[in-house]
Design a protein around this ligand. Structure first.
Ligand code: AMP
Length: 582
């Protein structure tokens, strides 16, 4: 064995809104790594137990149904925001929560590969802005990972297609609807080269919004607004959301689905009221969301100057593209069948480890070349002389969206006053003429400026690297250089907050991994209890109590006995944990 073979491989991670996966490139191909429960999908859900211990993944997802206040999901949506989530008195930022998911995947990979894992390629939605990308890198660092590269999710999916079809010559559109984000990417494949031509998307649109449409519809039939219900009856909404998620999946397989209405405590009691929903009703509920889907598709096509008929293959990625209503919408747009050749839940993670193989120059991919683009326009704020008056707040682009990366571009700007002492270079992302409608990504103080008349030049250079991180440089006429990798105004990304967060994460108590499956069974049984009519509850209630007290003692025989009793009790009620937890 050579020295390099002994080193731990760089893994590929899909840090998803709803589920996360880890993969590795082994023996010439990408492979998914199962977690400690044997599943390749780890729900991106974090929970805190009464003991203060942290649980991650399926066990936390189970807990969420009965104790929504102790769990959090979908935090990836808030990755770039100063948001805090309070779980049983412990506060977490989206970065910290993501780092807990990454830590869990890292341990799964280490267990499976039999060596510590220290490096990863992490995928991000193409439309993740600069803050969200920096936040993702930090989450990786907090989990003890060196993030070798961040790649756009649809690019990762494209890499898997390119890896298998590298001899083809075609134009492909990848449509990626995950749990929380939507991305469209147009790619050209020729002679083992994958060239991303354009990408567009929306970071606040995903499968969870489709579930929410059903939740809102059901509550509306009961004359309750979703926002009010979420505030007043969180348990009811948590249980209803889980019912509506099942109904949404059911509508993928059949023409109609039924939804049981939980009571205010989030339980179904004896004979719960049931609401039926058919595909036609569901389609009309989805109308407003589908209209939002069409704008990024049109933009990605416009930016490449291609018409729908120029696209050879339309590829579906992301769990939510399984919805027939979504598939028909896409097929109608492109006037051709959409292809889901690989499991849409898995393809992004597989692509991440193909990227890792490219970085590590694995022989299996040495003929492949891939180029990506910067998905948004980046520029600076300027003032303009309009009708004899100077007005601030205008956007002057430097890097245009869909430029091939890495890229470095420069523009000359000029001072507005004689002997101006300094300039604050405010960097924005967006396409609007006015900066107020774009997003502030950071700023660079250029001070002191050399003395000079109004109109003295200042050269600004933007460099956007292959991970999507922006560096800004400014040069004064004397050649003095001011430089920054953008430090952002987002509090959770400030150096002090990052150090505090790292310390906090290191001090957290985790529920033992080897016991998580047992805990998961308890939470599952508890959830099922809420679904039973009152006359069937007592027996299961007692079996759960017995099981939980055995879990807290260290007598293995007693524990196995209690576990068997609980499983027998569930099975006598016609409930199988395997069906549900699979
Ligand atoms: P991802 O982030 O790619 O894992 O996507 C997860 C999203 O896909 C969630 O919103 C799921 O509800 C949705 N999803 C997964 N399977 C199905 C299905 N069979 N039908 C409808 N939506 C699904």
């Amino acid at each position: 064995m050579t020295e390099t073979q002994k080193n731990a491989p760089c893994v590929g991670i899909d840090l998803g809104t709803t589920n996360s996966l880890v993969s590795v490139f082994l023996n010439g191909k990408p492979e998914l790594i199962p977690n400690s429960h044997g599943s390749v999908l780890t729900p991106s859900v974090i929970g805190v137990l009464e003991s203060g211990e942290i649980i991650v993944g399926q066990a936390a997802k189970e807990l969420r149904v009965t104790q929504p206040d102790a769990c959090v999901s979908c935090f990836k949506r808030f990755m770039a925001q100063d948001r805090r989530f309070n779980l049983r008195g412990q506060e977490f930022s989206p970065i910290e929560l993501s780092s807990l998911v990454l830590r869990s995947l890292k341990e799964d990979a280490a267990n499976a590969l039999g060596m510590p894992i220290t490096e990863a390629v992490i995928t991000v939605p193409a439309y993740f802005n600069d803050h969200a990308r920096q936040a993702t890198r930090l989450a990786g660092e907090m989990a003890g990972l060196t993030v070798r590269r961040m790649i756009n999710e649809p690019t990762a999916a494209a890499l898997v297609h390119g890896f298998h079809d590298r001899d083809d010559e075609k134009m492909i559109t990848i449509i990626d609807l995950g749990g929380g984000t939507f991305d469209v990417t147009v790619m050209e494949v020729f002679e083992s080269t994958l060239e991303i031509r354009s990408t567009a998307g929306e970071s606040m649109l995903g499968g969870e919004d489709f579930t929410d449409r059903i939740v809102a519809h059901v509550l509306q039939t009961q004359n309750i607004a979703l926002e009010v219900a979420e505030f007043q009856f969180p348990r009811r909404v948590a249980r209803l959301r889980s019912e509506c998620e099942n109904a949404k999946r059911q509508l993928t397989r059949s023409d109609s689905a039924s939804i049981r209405l939980p009571n205010e405590e989030g339980e179904f009691g004896g004979d719960p009221k049931t609401i039926h929903i058919d595909r036609t009703t569901y389609s009309s509920l989805c109308g407003p969301l589908l209209r939002r889907v069409s704008a990024p598709i049109a933009r990605a096509m416009r930016d490449t100057d291609l018409a729908p008929e120029d696209i050879d293959d339309v590829i579906l990625v992301g769990g939510a593209t399984r919805m027939p209503v979504f598939q028909s919408f896409v097929e109608n747009y492109f006037q051709k069948p959409a292809i889901a050749r690989f499991n849409p839940d898995e393809i992004v993670a597989l692509g991440a480890s193909v990227q890792a193989a490219l970085i590590e120059r694995d022989a299996a991919v040495d003929d492949m070349i891939m180029t990506d683009v910067c998905p948004f326009t980046l520029g600076v704020e300027v003032s303009k002389e309009l009708g004899g008056q100077r007005k601030d707040g205008y956007f002057s682009p430097i890097l245009h969206r869909n430029s091939t990366i890495p890229i470095s571009q420069e523009e000359m700007f000029y001072t507005v006053a004689a002997n101006q002492p300094s300039v604050t270079v405010r960097v924005y992302q967006g396409d609007s003429r006015k900066t107020a409608e774009n997003m502030l990504v950071g700023q660079l103080e250029v001070s002191p400026l050399p003395q000079g008349p109004a109109g003295s030049p200042l050269l600004i250079r933007f460099t956007y690297d292959i991970s999507g991180v922006l560096e800004v440089e400014a040069y004064t006429p004397g050649g003095k250089k001011f430089r920054t990798v953008l430090t952002s105004h987002v509090e959770s990304l400030s150096p002090q907050s990052v150090e505090d967060a790292k310390r906090r994460i290191a001090s957290l108590k985790f529920y033992p991994r080897e016991d998580q499956a047992n805990l998961q069974l308890a939470r599952f049984a508890e959830r099922m209890l809420g679904e039973l009519p009152s006359w069937q509850r007592q027996q299961l209630d007692q079996a759960i109590d017995f099981y939980e007290s055995a879990m807290n003692r260290s007598n293995r025989d007693e524990f196995h006995h209690a576990k068997q009793m609980l499983l027998t009790c569930l099975s006598s009620l016609g409930i199988s944990p395997e069906d549900d937890l699979a």
